[in-house]
Structure formats: structure tokens, C-alpha cells
Design a protein around this ligand. Structure first.
Ligand code: PLP
Length: 395
């Protein structure tokens, strides 16, 4: 393999140079515990405060105190939902969508077993939330509505402001899983109805193992991690100082470049999709093309086995992703694409290409050329034989 083309930025992003440089001193010399009162603790404590302000600026939060650092987006999601439930012990209805990330989807299914009345709102064929269904599900017994801002598989954006107005009219808490939106979409939580918002550093050129939860001032909060008084008593455990500094630096970088990167990635994705759709028959874009984050392109290659196609692309240097979950050794079709009405076969014929900061025009054209060549190879076996990733032909 000569060159690697990373098209899986929604899975994780490489750490940006600026982020690495900001973190480095806290991995080496500045090892003090931010809770220590001596001078070796004060430096890290100050740096953590600065990181909090950097993330608050990216989110448009009014105050760094609204940010709680966590270990990942999944922890932020659980913390928000459990906190909302604790504030409304008598309300038993909880609402989410049918296309959420497993950290919410499985949490809500777990809560259903504990006696909560769970509503999973459906989506249109374009992956857009069915607002009428949401309106019907909301009532004064609703404790929390948890919805993603941008879908990790299709990139489709939900109308957070419109949803928030409905949620507030029902008096429920509103949690937004913005893990795929932060750094790729403009945010302003200050002027929004969002109570809780989840962030994950490794989706925006920060390190893995650090996330954050925005909690609007005045919203009741119950700690998920019990122990020391870190994070103003809201999340026990010695801070992942280097990770937090990384998230802060990544936030500043994202804010600095947001407008240019959104415009650049939109153009790149357009070029990619136009090239792939023009050069090949039977390619369809999954998801609402006008309401997506600019990083994501989910493509359906009719009649193709997506897993085998993904592995064949991998052998040619292209890292993409299939939305299927591998359960007990056999791939299960993506629940997101199934919720959009795709058949198992259509869902399994779909791949996600997600782009980011280090992808160039030359890269997307090279990837499109590799897709074309690989697809031609696959299509040449359409008589019934199926090429496998290792080159074998199975009929
Ligand atoms: N929410 C969404 C939409 C995601 O895409 C992901 C990760 O892919 C998560 C939550 C979980 O984030 P983390 O890996 O930081 O736990």
C-alpha cells in the first residue's frame, strides 16, 4: 500500500499539532495535581481553568463554570440523562430518537427496563426528525428529551432550536448530544433552550479519553461520579489535566478556523460526491443533503456488499466505515439507515466517508479514483459471484 487516505474523521480525529504542543508540558514537567495548594498544583489548576474558558467560548456558553470535564462523550451523555431524571423523580416519560449513538440508545433501553416509558421518535427517509411525532410524544410527564445535534453516520442535523421550544413548553429537560457537531457547526448555547450538551475531545483534534458536559446555569445537577470535590463537586476524580488542556486547545483551534473549515469541507465533500456519483452508476447519497455537517458523506453503492467493499478499499489505502454493528460475528445493518427506511440490503451496501482538517482536494480525488476502480472490479462480478476482501470469489 503506497499511501493511506483517512476518511473516518467521525470515528476519531488525529491530534492537531497545536493541541499536542499545548498538552506536552502537562505530560512531562507540570505533573502537579490541580487540587494541591502548592506551586506545582497551581499551574495545572490555572491551565484547567483556561481550558474551561476555551471550550465555553467555542460553545458560546456564558461562563466557564457551565463546563464539567468528563472522560468522554458517553459519560457526558449518561451524566446528563441521570441528572435530569434525578430532578424529576415523578416524571416517567423520556424521549429520544431512533438514530442516536449507542451511548444514548442503549441507556434509554436500559431505562425502559427500569420502568421508564421510552419514546424513540422516528426520522424521515432523509434522516430528519419527525417533528409531529415528537409533538405527540411530549407531555407534562416528560422528564427529559435527549437528541443528537448531528448524526454520526449521515451527518444530518436536527433542528435544535425548534425542538428546544417544544421541550420547554412541556417543562422537560433538553439534552443535546453534540459530539459530532462541536467544531463542525456553529453553536451558541447561551441563547438556546439547551440544558445539557455533550462534547468529546477526540472528535475535534483533541485526545481520546476526555469529554465535557455543558450544564446551563440554574439547571439542577446531580453528580454521576461520587468522591472528591473536583469540578466544583460535580464530577469526582483527579482531572485528566493533559487531556483537558488538549480539549481546551482543540476548542480554540476549532473556533479560530470554524468558518473557513466549514466552507472548505463543504467544497471538498461536494467535489467528492459529484465525482463519485458522476463516475459510477448506482450511487445514492444517504441523508438530507442540505442539512448536514460538512464532514460527512454516506453513500449507498447498489448491489454491493458494504463490508467487503470497505475491506477492499482498506487494502487500497482508504479508511472508511460501514455503519453496521458486528454482533456475534455477523454484521447487523445500521440502525440509523434502517430507521430511514432502507432495506437490510441497502443499509449493508452503504459506507460512510468522513473528512476533516488534514484532507485535501487531491486526497478526495484520489479516494474517488480508488472507489471507481474498486467498484468496477466489484461490478464485474455482478453475474452472481461476489468478490471477497481477500480476493476470493464466492458464488
Ligand atoms: N455521541 C455521538 C453522536 C458519537 O458519534 C459518539 C462517538 O462516536 C459518542 C456520542 C461517544 O463519544 P465517546 O467516544 O467520546 O464516548
Amino acid at each position: 500500500m503506497s499511501k493511506s487516505y483517512y476518511c473516518d474523521y467521525n470515528a476519531t480525529t488525529p491530534i492537531a499539532e497545536e493541541v499536542f504542543h499545548a498538552m506536552e508540558p502537562f505530560l512531562k514537567g507540570h505533573f502537579g495535581n490541580p487540587s494541591s495548594l502548592h506551586h506545582l498544583g497551581r499551574g495545572p489548576a490555572k491551565a484547567v481553568r483556561e481550558a474551561r474558558a476555551q471550550l465555553a467560548a467555542l460553545l458560546g456558553a456564558s461562563d466557564g463554570k457551565e463546563i464539567i470535564f468528563t472522560s468522554c462523550g458517553s459519560e457526558s451523555n449518561s451524566t446528563a440523562v441521570f441528572s435530569a431524571l434525578a430532578a424529576y423523580p415523578d416524571r416517567k416519560r423520556i424521549i429520544t430518537s431512533s438514530v442516536e449513538h449507542s451511548s444514548i440508545r442503549k441507556l434509554f433501553r436500559h431505562l425502559a427496563k427500569k420502568g421508564y416509558e421510552v419514546f424513540e421518535i422516528g426520522v424521515s427517509a432523509q434522516g430528519f426528525l419527525l417533528m409531529d411525532e415528537l409533538k405527540r410524544a411530549l407531555n407534562d410527564q416528560t422528564a427529559v428529551v435527549s437528541l443528537m445535534m448531528a448524526n454520526n453516520e449521515t451527518g444530518v442535523l436536527f433542528p435544535v432550536d425548534e425542538i428546544g421550544a417544544l421541550v420547554k413548553a412541556a417543562g422537560a429537560f433538553f439534552h443535546v448530544d453534540a459530539v459530532q457537531a462541536v467544531g463542525k457547526h456553529k453553536l451558541n448555547v447561551k441563547n438556546s433552550t439547551v440544558d445539557f450538551l455533550s462534547v468529546s475531545a477526540h472528535k475535534l483534534y483533541g485526545p481520546k479519553g476526555v469529554g465535557a458536559l455543558y450544564v446551563k446555569t440554574g439547571v439542577p445537577f446531580q453528580s454521576f461520579m461520587i468522591g472528591g470535590g473536583q469540578e466544583r463537586g460535580r464530577r469526582a476524580g483527579t482531572e485528566n489535566v493533559a487531556g483537558i488542556i488538549g480539549l481546551g486547545a482543540a476548542s480554540s483551534l476549532a473556533l479560530r478556523d470554524l468558518d473557513q473549515e466549514i466552507a472548505r469541507l463543504r467544497k471538498l465533500r461536494q467535489l467528492f460526491e459529484n465525482t463519485v456519483c458522476d463516475q459510477n452508476r448506482g450511487v445514492t447519497i444517504n441523508g438530507d443533503v442540505n442539512r448536514r455537517i460538512p464532514t460527512t458523506s454516506n453513500l449507498r453503492f447498489s448491489g454491493i456488499d458494504g463490508e467487503a467493499f470497505m475491506m477492499a478499499l482498506d487494502q487500497r489505502g482508504v479508511c472508511a466505515s460501514s455503519g453496521s454493528a458486528c454482533l456475534s460475528g455477523s454484521p447487523e445493518p445500521s440502525h440509523v439507515l434502517k430507521a430511514m427506511g432502507l432495506t437490510d440490503e441497502e443499509a449493508n451496501a452503504s459506507l460512510r466517508f468522513s473528512f476533516g482538517r488534514f484532507v485535501t482536494e487531491e486526497d478526495v480525488l484520489a479516494v474517488a479514483a480508488i472507489i471507481r476502480e474498486t467498484l468496477q472490479y466489484f461490478r464485474s462480478f455482478e453475474s452472481g459471484s461476489v468478490p471477497q476482501a481477500d480476493g476470493r470469489i464466492v458464488s
